[in-house]
Design a binder for this molecule. Structure first.
Ligand code: ATP
Ligand code: MG
Length: 251
């Protein structure tokens, strides 16, 4: 039976989809069956990131009762499975967000992990992805507006009684004007699960329609995502060795 994890954020554009697909790919790399579901129905991106932008059967068809969830699962060349959404303005009004939870129940039997890539904020589709989840991860950047919005999300999740596993701080550049990680942890009163550095090859991975952990497996961001996956699997001591060349010249 799968664990159902929703990746969410207060502010948009902080790195949720990137985190969902890389966490999924890293868990898959550790031998787990993973399904990443695009629960961001109004601005779907999972398909774009993993090269399935237009598919014959999408999550939208399933939520409209026109198809079965099994027919909307596609296997990426890396082995990670995805359920893409396809935005159609015509369908938008008719979508039944509540059905996301029902879909989760079915997917639970098909994998070890189901990862919901949610919409930002607290709109109906984000709330539906909260409701469907066993546990949630909040993604933020190390900037005051993003962390303030993350705090709002965490308060709502607390009120809903939904367990938040912790926070992923991403696009960290290590510059003076960023919020320090300790301040983010203290403000959100949540464990920091991972710190993902700003990665120069992220756009290249996007163009290659693959997760950075596959396109640039030795990058620091890839290492950080594998460490996050290990933590999700209960291994807090996971460490990777750097080669001599990597130590001298960096990765
Ligand atoms: N660690 C990183 N280094 C560099 N660029 C990154 C990193 N993480 C994400 N990005 C880039 O930031 C942009 C936004 O990322 P992403 O689409 O994952 O955000 P999101 O939170 O899912 O956005 P939305 O709220 O619109 O769904 C993308 O162009 C992505 O490639
Ligand atoms: Mg996204």
């Amino acid at each position: 039976m799968a664990r159902l994890i929703t990746i969410t954020s207060g502010k948009g554009g902080v790195g949720k989809t990137t985190t969902a697909i890389n966490l999924g790919a890293a868990l898959n790399g550790f031998g787990k069956e993973v399904i990443v579901l695009d629960a961001n129905l109004t601005t779907p991106n999972v398909g774009l990131h993993l090269g399935a932008p237009i598919v014959p059967v999408s999550l939208n068809h399933v939520l409209l009762g026109k198809a079965k969830i099994g027919d909307a699962i596609y296997e990426h060349e890396s082995g990670t499975k995805v359920v893409p959404s396809s935005l159609s303005v015509k369908e938008l009004r008719r979508l039944n967000h509540g059905k996301l939870k029902e879909v989760g129940k079915k997917l639970r039997k098909m994998a070890d992990f189901v990862i919901y890539d949610s919409a930002a904020g607290l709109g109906p589709e984000a709330l539906a992805a909260f409701d469907a989840a066993d546990e949630l991860i909040i993604v933020t950047n190390p900037e005051i507006p993003a962390v303030t919005d993350a705090l709002k999300t965490s308060k709502v999740l607390e009120e809903l009684g939904k367990p938040v596993k912790g926070v992923v701080v991403t696009r960290v550049r290590g510059i003076k004007t960023e919020m320090p990680i300790t301040n983010i942890r203290d403000m959100l009163e949540l464990p920091i699960l991972a710190v993902i550095p700003e990665e120069k090859n992220m756009q290249a991975a996007l163009v290659m329609k693959n997760a950075i952990i596959h396109t640039h497996p030795r990058s620091k961001a890839s290492r950080a995502y594998r460490k996050l996956a290990a933590k999700i699997l209960g291994n807090n001591e996971y460490k990777e060795k750097y080669t001599f060349v990597e130590k001298i010249f960096g990765v």
